[in-house]
Design a protein around this ligand. Structure first.
Ligand SMILES: O=C(O)C(=O)C[C@@H](O)[C@H](O)[C@H](O)COP(=O)(O)O
Ligand SMILES: [Zn+2]
Length: 379
């Protein structure tokens, strides 16, 4: 004999939010707070890293205080190596010791490592508190601060632990790109090129024609306002056209992982010496060459993708210190792995993605096939 009790928890949720793109957006942020963009909040925790703290974090803290908001700044050492469970636990302990509770809001200001870590913190602190993202790098603007994927790295691989947690608003401050080291800017260009490969052949062509208006071939930041604005807008447009249809990555969202099967593995194998975007650039080059061998893109399209990555000053070859064996082994930690098989997403031409049987966007690639293809492209 058993008794059944049905728990009725059907939900209708609306997590819609705005992304504001402009220069110097602290004023806009303060206005939004005054107009109650986050409700029932009595304290703000600015989460940032040691670099952004000095550049923008302290200034934001001062502006919040000047406008009578209760706020404190919590920073951690800059760099992907800090994006760990340990750093998250330290931040949690610091918040608790300063009596932060469910009535707080996490204000993440920084690049991808900050928004990933702070978003995860917000998703679990007090079982979930609201957060706002203020992106200060192209990588955060193009990808990390938008879409709601948050997480930390572990010694095994990147982003293995995290939650989906959408921010209440995202601010993309184009003026902050002027203070970026060129490697960081280029890293964001890799995710930008990825978006163009996935969904927009015109945008791809625009990048081919205008890359020098962003960064010159000798590594000088040019940052033409019109081009930067278009880049920021198209990144959001392409990413959200996917996220709105499949927020939790049951299928379609996997296409945003283009170049990440090899890319994430390379990032971890390099001990984070490769920046995320640099590793993704190599991953995109690997992916498009595999796609060519599998017949999904032409030789000309492959060359265009590799040429654009190079034009952005990004690497396109697997570092010699990383063997195919190491790379394949690491690929098994990828989140697209199902039933122990490595899966790839592939572009089909430029600006479109290949779909497979049953409408699946990822497909298994057997180890032997992968090994042969990798040998070919590295020979
Ligand atoms: O938002 C997504 O979905 C992406 O896959 C975008 C990626 O560029 C981003 O690096 C993401 O964090 C990687 O996802 P992961 O699940 O492979 O860690
Ligand atoms: Zn990425």
């Amino acid at each position: 004999m058993s008794t059944n009790f049905r728990v009725g928890l059907q939900k209708v949720v609306d997590h819609s939010y705005d992304i504001e793109i402009g220069e110097g957006l602290f004023g806009a942020l303060i206005e939004d707070l005054k107009h109650g963009i986050v409700e029932n909040v009595s304290k703000f925790a600015i989460v940032t890293d040691s670099k952004v703290e000095a550049l923008y974090g302290q200034a934001l803290l001062e502006q919040l205080h000047q406008n009578d908001f209760q706020a404190e700044l919590f920073s951690f050492p800059a760099g992907e190596k800090s994006k760990t469970r340990e750093t998250k636990a330290q931040l949690e302990d610091r918040l608790l010791s300063r009596s932060y509770g469910r009535d707080c809001c996490i204000l993440a200001i920084g690049g991808g490592a900050v928004t990933d870590l702070a978003g995860f913190l917000a998703g679990t602190f007090g079982r979930g508190v609201p957060s706002l993202n203020y992106a200060t790098t192209l990588l955060a603007a193009a990808d990390a601060s938008i879409g709601g994927k948050t997480g930390v790295n572990t010694p095994v691989a990147t982003n293995l632990i995290g939650v989906f947690h959408q921010p209440k608003k995202v601010y993309i401050d184009l003026a902050t790109w002027k203070t970026l080291p060129v490697r960081e800017l280029r890293s964001g260009l890799a995710e930008t090129i990825k978006h163009a490969c996935i969904a927009d052949a015109d945008f791809f062509e625009f990048l081919e024609q205008n890359m020098e208006r962003v960064v010159s071939s000798d590594g000088e930041l040019v940052l033409d306002r019109e081009v930067c604005e278009r880049i920021a807008f198209h990144n959001c447009e392409i990413k959200y056209s996917v996220v709105e249809k499949d927020e939790l990555e049951s299928n379609l969202r996997q296409i945003l992982n283009l170049g990440h099967t090899a890319g994430r593995a390379l990032e971890a194998l390099s001990g984070y010496e490769l920046l995320h975007g640099e590793a993704i650039a190599i991953g995109l080059a690997v992916q498009v060459q595999l796609a060519e061998q599998l017949g999904y893109v032409t030789a000309d399209q492959t060359q265009r993708v590799i040429a654009l990555l190079k034009k952005a000053g990004l690497p396109t070859e697997i570092p010699a210190t990383i063997t195919n064996r190491m790379l394949i082994d690491k690929m098994y930690t990828d989140k697209k792995v199902r039933k122990g098989r490595i899966r790839f997403v592939f572009q089909a031409g430029i600006g479109a993605m290949k779909s497979f049987e049953g409408g699946a966007y990822s497909t298994p690639v057997e180890e032997q096939v992968l090994s042969e293809l990798l040998n070919k492209i590295r020979s």
